[in-house]
Design a protein. Structure first.
Length: 718
C-alpha cells in the first residue's frame, strides 16, 4: 500500500499493532481516511479476513461512505461489516433472538409507531396528551428500560403519586402492546442484545469470535449502553480501535458521556493514544481562534489544531442594533459573496436554537436568497407537520398509521368503537383500513355512512389530481379541502398555521432542486430529513442548528445569535461548569465547520426570551484578539439602558428617494431626519423604501418600518 498521502500521526494510527488504540481526531483531521486506510491495511498487508473486521458508525450516511472508500481501496467486493450500531444489533438479533422468546421476524418500531401505541394507550386509559406529552412519556419509558425497571416495579415506585402512576400505566400498556406485536423500539435493539449477551455466554462467545478487529467511529458520542455492548463484543482477545474527539462531545442531552472516551484506558489497558491534530479543512486563522476558545475547557485531551494552508482572513464579528439588522447584514454579505462567484450551497448559517431562524429567514427572503432549513427532528415532529404529511401519505400509500392519525383530525365524529371495528375488519380481510372504508362504507353504521363516504371521495379526488398538480399546490389543496386550515384558524393557532406555510416553502425548495420528482419521492426524502445527505445536494444556503451541522463543512459559515444566554444558552449555564464546557464545545464545533471564512454575529437591545438586555457572548470574548475583527455597533461597553440610534452607513446605505411620496399636508422624509411617533417616541430615519420609512427608536422599541403617511408620525425641526 502507498501511505504517502498520510501525515506522520495518521500513518502511525494506520500501522499500529497495539491491541487497544484510541485516536483523538481533531475537527477536519482526516479521521475517515485513517479509519478506511486502517481497514484496508489490515486486509491487504496483515492478511486479516474481511469478515473478521467490524466498523461501527452512527449514521447510515457515514456507513455508506466508509463502505465506498474501503471497496475502492481493496478493489474487490468487501465483506467487512460496516454499519450503524442499531443495524448491527438487528443483524445479531435476527440470528439469535429466539433465545429471548422473540421470533426472528420481529418488527422494528420507529418514532411514529411508538406514538401510535401511546395514542391507543391514552385513549384506553382516558389520559390527556396535553398533560403527558408523547416526548415525556417516551423518555420515561426509555429511562425505565435502561435502568432495568419493568412495569411492575415502576408501578410500585409510583404508589402515592398520581402523575407517576399514570406514566407507569402507560409504560405497562406500551410494553404489553410491544410484546403482542413482537416489536422492538430503537432502545430495545441495544438493551435486548446486551441482555442476551449477559444471559447466554455461548451466544456472546459466538459473536466475539466473529469480529477480531472492532472499530468505533465518533466514539465521543456513545452512551453507557452502547459502550457496554462494545465492551462485551471485545472480550479479552479482540482488538479495539476507537476514534473520537472529546472537544466535540455535544450530545450529552441524549446520553453521550465524555467520560467514556476520556477514561477508556480503565477498561482497555495498555492503551495506545494517537492525536490527529493536522487540520485539512480550515485556515490557520480560524483554527487559532477555535484553539483559543476551547482552551478555556479544563476537562479535555490537550491538543492544538494546525494546518499547512495559508493563514486566511480574520474571523469577522459583527454586532447590529437589532435581530432584524443582524439578519439583513448576513443576507447582504451572502449576496455579496454570491456576486463574487460563491455558490449558495457553500454557505451555512448556524444557530444555537431553532427559534432563531425566524429573523434570518426573513432577511434572506428580502434579499431573494434561496435557502433550505435543515429541519432538525423537531420541525417534522410538530403535530401539524405530521398531520399534513400523513394526509399526503394517504394519497400515495393508504397506510394504516397515516389513516389513524388524520381520519378524525379535524373531528369527524368517528369514535373509539368505530375505529376498533374498522381495525378488526381490516385484520380479518388482511387489507388496509382504508380499503375497508372504501369498499365497505356501511361497516361503521348508518350514522357515519355519509362521513365515511365524503372522506373516501376526498382522498380519491386527490389521487386523481396528484399527477397533474405540483406538490406544494397539492398540500395547499389538502390543507384547505380537509378542513384542517379552518380548524386551526378557528382555534387561532397562528404559529401552527405558520409552520404549515413553512412546510409548503420546504416543498417549494424541493421542487426547485428536484423538478422531476414526485410526491412519493418527496415523502421518502422527508423521512430522512434527520440525515444531512439531501441537504448537502441543495443549491441553497443551508440553515441549521449547530447540533445538526456536526460532521459538515462549508466554505463560509455564519454563526448568528452570539449573545450570552442564547449561545451559551441560559439553561446550560444553570448547570454550572459542566454545562458551560459543553456549550463551549458546541461553539468549537460551530467555528470549525468553516473552511475559508467565519462570521460571528449578535445584536444589541432587549430580548424578550431572556427578559433582559443582550450582551455579546463570552465565546467571542474568549477568542484570541489577533484572530478576530469587530464591526458594527459595539455592545461590550454600551450602557445597557440605551439603544444605539445609528447604524453604520457603509453597511446600510438605503436608497434615498429624491422626491419621496409626500402625503397631503406633510413633508417627505429622508435619511437622517429626526422624527416623533405618538407611541414609539423619538427616532432617526435610517432610510426610505417606497411608502415606508425605516426608523431607529430608543430602547426598548428598536428599529421599526412605519408607513410614511401614518398620522402618528411627525418630522421634528432640527
Amino acid at each position: 500500500m502507498n501511505f504517502e498521502n498520510l501525515n506522520a500521526n495518521q500513518k502511525e494510527a494506520v500501522l499500529t499493532d497495539s491491541q487497544y488504540v484510541r485516536i483523538i481526531a481533531g475537527a477536519g483531521s482526516g479521521k475517515t481516511r485513517v479509519l478506511t486506510t486502517r481497514i484496508a491495511y489490515l486486509i491487504l498487508e496483515k492478511g486479516v479476513y474481511p469478515n473478521k473486521i467490524l466498523a461501527i458508525t452512527f449514521t447510515n450516511k457515514a456507513a455508506n461512505e466508509m463502505k465506498e472508500r474501503v471497496n475502492g481501496m481493496i478493489q474487490e467486493g468487501s465483506t467487512v461489516s460496516i454499519s450503524t450500531i442499531h443495524s448491527l444489533c438487528v443483524r445479531i438479533l435476527r440470528k439469535d433472538i429466539l433465545t429471548m422468546g422473540y421470533p426472528r421476524n420481529f418488527t422494528v418500531m420507529d418514532a411514529d409507531d411508538q406514538k401510535a401505541i401511546l395514542k391507543e394507550a391514552y385513549r384506553e386509559l382516558n389520559l390527556d396528551k396535553q398533560t403527558y406529552s408523547y416526548a415525556s412519556v417516551l423518555d420515561y419509558i426509555a429511562n425505565n428500560k435502561a435502568a432495568s425497571i419493568d412495569p411492575d416495579r415502576a408501578e410500585r415506585l409510583a404508589v402515592g403519586f398520581k402523575g407517576e402512576m399514570d406514566k407507569a400505566k402507560l409504560y405497562r400498556y406500551y410494553v404489553e402492546r410491544q410484546n403482542a406485536l413482537y416489536a422492538l423500539d430503537f432502545d430495545d435493539l441495544l438493551l435486548v442484545t446486551v441482555k442476551m449477551f449477559k444471559r447466554y455466554s455461548e451466544v456472546l462467545a459466538k459473536w466475539q469470535k466473529c469480529f477480531n478487529y472492532i472499530h468505533v467511529d465518533e466514539f465521543q458520542d456513545i452512551d453507557q449502553v452502547q459502550y457496554e455492548l462494545i465492551r462485551l463484543l471485545a472480550g479479552t482477545q479482540n482488538n479495539v480501535y476507537v476514534v473520537g474527539d472529546p472537544d466535540q462531545t455535544i450530545y450529552t442531552w441524549r446520553g453521550a458521556d465524555v467520560n467514556i472516551i476520556m477514561n477508556f484506558e480503565k477498561d482497555f489497558a495498555p492503551l495506545h493514544t494517537i492525536i490527529l491534530n493536522e487540520n485539512y479543512r480550515s485556515t490557520q486563522m480560524i483554527l487559532d481562534g477555535a484553539n483559543s476558545l476551547i482552551k478555556n475547557n479544563s476537562y479535555r485531551v490537550k491538543k492544538d489544531l494546525y494546518t499547512n494552508k495559508e493563514a486566511g482572513e480574520k474571523i469577522t464579528h459583527y454586532t447590529s442594533a437589532s435581530e432584524e439588522y443582524e439578519a439583513a447584514w448576513i443576507a447582504r454579505k451572502i449576496a455579496e459573496l454570491h456576486s463574487k462567484g460563491t455558490e449558495y450551497r457553500d454557505i451555512a448559517i448556524l444557530y444555537r436554537s431553532n427559534y432563531l431562524s425566524r429573523a434570518i429567514e426573513k432577511g434572506l427572503l428580502e434579499e431573494h436568497i434561496p435557502y433550505v432549513i435543515f429541519g432538525g427532528v423537531k420541525f417534522y415532529e410538530r403535530a401539524e407537520i405530521k398531520d399534513a404529511l400523513c394526509y399526503l401519505r394517504m394519497i400515495t400509500m393508504n397506510d394504516d398509521l397515516a389513516l389513524l392519525r388524520i381520519i378524525n383530525n379535524p373531528k369527524r365524529g368517528l369514535g373509539t368503537r368505530s375505529m376498533e371495528k374498522l381495525r378488526d375488519r381490516s385484520k380479518e380481510l388482511k387489507t388496509t383500513m382504508y380499503e375497508v372504508l372504501k369498499n365497505e362504507s356501511d361497516i361503521l353504521g348508518p350514522k357515519n355512512r355519509e362521513t365515511v363516504k365524503n372522506f373516501v371521495q376526498m382522498i380519491e379526488k386527490w389521487k386523481k389530481e396528484v399527477d397533474e398538480t405540483s406538490i406544494d399546490k397539492m398540500l395547499e389543496k389538502v390543507i384547505d379541502e380537509s378542513g384542517y386550515r379552518r380548524m386551526l384558524e378557528e382555534n387561532k393557532e397562528t404559529e401552527r398555521i405558520e409552520n404549515l406555510k413553512e412546510l409548503i416553502n420546504d416543498i417549494g425548495s424541493f421542487m426547485i432542486n428536484f423538478p422531476d420528482s414526485t410526491l412519493d419521492e418527496y415523502l421518502q426524502i422527508v423521512s430522512l430529513y434527520g440525515e444531512t445527505n439531501e441537504t448537502e445536494r441543495s443549491l441553497s444556503v443551508q440553515l441549521m442548528t449547530v447540533h445538526a451541522a456536526k460532521g459538515l463543512e462549508f466554505n463560509n459559515v455564519f454563526v448568528c445569535g452570539m449573545s450570552d444566554g442564547i449561545f451559551p444558552s441560559d439553561r446550560s449555564m444553570q448547570d454550572g461548569k459542566k454545562g458551560l464546557e459543553e456549550e463551549r464545545r458546541l461553539a468549537y464545533v460551530a467555528y470549525t465547520r468553516a473552511r475559508n471564512k467565519l462570521y460571528l454575529t449578535d445584536s444589541s437591545g432587549f430580548n424578550y426570551v431572556l427578559n433582559r438586555v443582550k450582551t455579546t457572548s463570552r465565546f467571542i470574548d474568549e477568542l484570541d484578539p489577533s484572530t478576530v475583527e469587530h464591526l458594527g455597533v459595539s455592545s461590550k461597553f454600551q450602557d445597557p439602558h440605551e439603544q444605539p440610534l445609528f447604524i453604520p452607513d457603509d453597511e446600510f446605505d438605503f436608497e434615498e428617494v429624491s422626491a419621496p411620496v409626500t402625503p397631503k399636508g406633510k413633508k417627505g422624509f429622508k435619511k437622517g431626519d429626526k422624527i416623533s411617533h405618538a407611541v414609539f417616541g423619538e427616532g432617526i430615519v435610517l432610510g426610505v423604501e417606497g411608502n415606508f420609512v425605516q426608523i431607529a427608536f430608543k430602547f426598548p422599541v428598536g428599529v421599526k418600518k412605519v408607513l410614511a403617511t401614518h398620522p402618528s408620525l411627525k418630522k421634528l425641526v432640527s
